[in-house]
Design a protein around this ligand. Structure first.
Ligand code: PMP
Length: 433
């Protein structure tokens, strides 16, 4: 058994101790707190390319990428250059700017379902706005979501939700009014029959179906093509809207998002993360007749002081520009497949049950035999073992998402040598967990 390196995390510990007296749980977003993997969070000092450094000077190969935005690599030089230039022109206008048109055109051109778009400042905001829009357009109140999918923290979505709420065991949060939660119907992911049953039992009452077209918030789970196709057909037949929440998958699964990859066109799409290139941006868009309901074009109200912020638009434009260059998605697929294959092999060689996969620069693995087609099956994974693996990899200089129920992300800055080093580390760690 290899000796476990002891990380020096003295400064991280001091800072986190103080943070716990200032911020609930010491963090501003729950999954960061390392609750499910044990130990305490690493406090970051800086990031560059595929790496992050903590306040004690430890360097890590990073597979979180700020939870998705860092797809062209952290602190990318080209993105930084446009940001610096924009700072000189002002950081916030609260008035229209041409950059909004530029980013809107890029989104409309790439994303098959998007004919018009509204920019907001987070994925949560995009999803809660699209929820109101689905209800406004159909004049119906109920929605269907899937167990383990996460669509931000609006009341209606904190029903059997994924991500941090699963990790902390709080899938149904206190504070959500019972009548609000009752309007959210849930089904098992990849189970089309369950969706049809909900439509049959709630005839004419369902405004729409929202889902992660590839799940990243219950671990990494892929849809069957028949499931996506079936959702498209049943929503159309029932006069309900279909919304793909592409906050995580958008511009990551492919240039035209998961909807282009699977060839299924929803009515509405939410976006976030990549679209802001590391700045706070979200967006929702879709069919023009539906989007024309949004104020001031139509009566559905939604607004934002920082929406369309020029710094955020600049970072998003440059990021999407870099992603359009030849070979970008091929690189993401190549390094990520190599990573997942290596992790699975390292696990199996050490005698562990393990399964996993990737699409483009998004991946995941579970410590169970698999296959995993929904959150219920993901629960079979050995989360205590994942915790030991996570800690072991941290000690080896690899930063993974601190939960079994989160996807991992690579970037254009991840080189084959980073992947090889990660796999070598995984081989050592798999043997001692
Ligand atoms: N939808 C999905 C699919 C997400 O993964 C997330 C965040 N992880 C959100 C919505 C919420 O986005 P934000 O954290 O920017 O509010």
């Amino acid at each position: 058994v290899a000796t476990v390196q002891k990380l020096n995390t003295k400064r991280s510990e001091e800072i986190f101790k103080e943070a716990q007296t200032l911020l609930p749980g010491g963090v501003n977003s729950p999954v960061r707190a390392f609750k499910s993997v044990g130990g305490q969070p690493i406090i970051f000092d800086r990031v560059k390319d595929a790496y992050c450094w903590d306040v004690d000077g430890n360097k890590y190969i990073d597979y979180v990428g700020s939870w998705g935005p860092a797809i062209v690599g952290h602190a990318n030089d080209e993105v930084n250059t446009v940001l610096k230039a924009q700072i000189e022109k002002g950081t916030s206008f609260g008035a229209p700017c041409e950059l909004e048109n530029v980013l809107a055109k890029m989104v409309i051109e790439r994303v098959p379902s998007v004919e018009m778009v509204r920019f907001v400042s987070s994925g949560t905001e995009a999803c809660l706005s699209v929820l109101r829009l689905m209800r406004a357009f159909t004049k119906r109140e109920k929605i269907i979501k899937f167990v383990g999918c996460y669509h931000g923290h609006a009341d209606s979505f904190l029903v059997k939700a994924g991500s941090g709420v699963i990790t902390l065991g709080l899938p149904d949060s206190p504070g959500v009014p019972a009548n609000v939660a009752a309007a959210t119907l849930t089904a098992t992911y990849n189970d089309l029959e369950a969706v049809k049953e909900l439509f049959a039992a709630n005839k004419g009452e369902i405004a729409g179906v929202i889902l992660e077209p590839v799940v990243g918030n219950a671990g990494f789970i892929t849809p069957t093509k028949e499931f996506l196709q079936g959702l498209r057909e049943v929503t159309q037949a029932e006069g309900a809207l279909l919304c793909f929440d592409e906050v995580m998958t958008g511009f990551r699964i492919s240039k035209g998002c998961a909807q282009e990859y699977f060839g299924i066109i929803p009515d509405l799409t939410t976006m976030g993360k990549v679209i802001g290139g590391g700045m706070p941006v979200g967006a929702y868009g879709g069919r023009k007749d539906v989007m024309m309901m949004v104020a001031p074009a139509g009566p559905m109200y939604q607004a934002g002081t920082l929406s369309g912020n020029p710094l955020a638009m600049s970072a998003g434009i440059k990021t999407l520009e870099i992603l359009a260059r030849p070979g970008a998605y091929e690189h993401l697929q190549k390094v990520t497949k190599m990573l997942v294959d290596g992790l699975l092999e390292a696990g199996r060689d050490a005698g562990h049950d393990i399964c996993g996969s990737n699409i483009s620069g998004m991946f995941g693995f579970f410590f169970c035999k698999g296959p995993v087609n929904n959150f219920e099956e993901a629960l079979a994974s050995d989360t205590a073992k994942f915790g030991r693996f996570h800690r072991g990899m941290l000690e080896e200089g690899v930063y993974l998402a601190p939960s079994q129920f989160e996807a991992g992300f690579t970037s254009l800055a991840h080189k084959e040598e980073d992947i090889k080093a990660t796999i070598e580390a995984a081989k050592r760690v798999m043997k001692r967990i």
